[in-house]
Design a binder for this molecule. Structure first.
Ligand code: PMP
Length: 315
């Protein structure tokens, strides 16, 4: 879908997956004007497809667009484009229990602009790919490394929205941590270097007794759709959930730690290494993480009745 001269998005079209053409002076190539979303379609036993809380992704994309000086699609346009893409790729959606179709809506400044200014034209596109587990560990516990040299987001920056420019700067810390055998990086706040923020592509939760805590979304971490859903599910299960500032020192007292995200689902953390000290956490059937995981995934895959109106079923 392209913007017309009045900044409104035109009617979209489906086309075969392939390369797209861009002007060398396109704003996205030179100034990184790009935002995206991520969601998944699951196949139900009866063959129908299920999409999860698309309105949340649509609204988050509007907030991202506003922050990055881009026009935004309406919630209905966004949902319709994702639905059509899922339907058109139905043959690629794995059978139940074998994965999902990851769907990536992307909005780029596709117009040419030499001086620094918002793009004169935008392109919204949606593509999809079948996926299985995000981490090579599969569903095994993750081993995180607390990053102290590099920041993911700074106050007043774009860390709270899903801008593509947030991701290239984390590659260095991520590849370094992976080369040392860690699964991913846990970031601290850039001002005090002492409060938990998030992992490269997921949110973090810590458990102590009956209380589950997660860093509050104060502009430097992404407000995850999975985070929001897991908070609600945890409260339904009778846990007390706190969204607050979490000092890194609390990691040494936590019983359990887990991560949430569209790609990872709800993933247990087995260890976190901070200042050379490795802290280990409880994992396995008796912990909170698998309870939340099975409720979330049960709703997403149609095995648990959706009483919350989170699911959209399509043929
Ligand atoms: N934080 C970051 C930086 C992410 O890229 C993602 C993935 N979108 C998340 C958190 C989790 O968000 P969601 O649950 O909406 O996938």
């Amino acid at each position: 879908i392209k913007t017309s001269n009045d900044g409104k998005f035109e009617e979209g079209q489906l086309s075969r997956y392939g390369n797209i053409e861009l002007n060398p002076a396109a704003a996205v190539l030179n100034y990184g004007q790009a935002i995206y979303e991520g969601t998944k379609a699951y196949r139900k036993r009866d063959g129908k497809l299920l999409l999860f809380r698309l309105d949340q992704n649509a609204m988050r994309m509007k907030i991202s667009a506003e922050r990055m000086c881009m026009p935004s699609l309406s919630v209905d346009q966004f949902i319709d484009a994702v639905k059509q893409t899922a339907q058109a790729n139905k043959c690629w959606v794995p059978p139940p229990g074998k994965g999902s179709l990851y769907i990536r809506p992307l909005l780029i400044g596709s117009g040419p602009i030499l001086g620094l200014a918002p793009s004169p034209e935008y392109t919204f596109l949606v593509y999809a790919s079948p996926v299985r587990n995000y981490f090579k560990e599969g569903s095994a516990p993750l081993n995180l490394f607390v990053e102290e040299e590099y920041d993911r987001a700074s106050r007043g920056g774009a860390g709270g929205v899903k801008s593509s420019t947030n991701y290239a700067p984390v590659l260095k810390a991520l590849t370094r941590a992976k080369s040392r055998g860690f699964s991913d990086v846990l970031y601290l706040d850039s001002v005090h270097k002492k409060n938990l923020e998030e992992v490269s592509s997921c949110n973090i939760f810590i458990v102590k007794g009956n209380i589950i805590s997660t860093p509050a979304t104060s502009g430097t971490i992404l407000s995850g759709v999975t985070r929001k859903s897991v908070i609600e599910i945890a409260r339904d299960h009778g846990y007390q959930v706190e969204e607050r500032v979490i000092p890194v020192d609390e990691l040494s007292e936590a019983d359990e730690v887990f991560c949430t995200g569209t790609a990872v689902g709800v993933a247990p953390v087995g260890s976190i290494t901070y200042k050379g000290q490795r802290m280990e956490y409880k994992t396995g059937a008796e912990t909170v993480c698998p309870q939340l995981y099975s409720t979330l995934v049960g709703i997403q895959t149609g095995q648990i009745e959706d009483k919350k109106g989170w699911i959209m079923e399509i043929d």
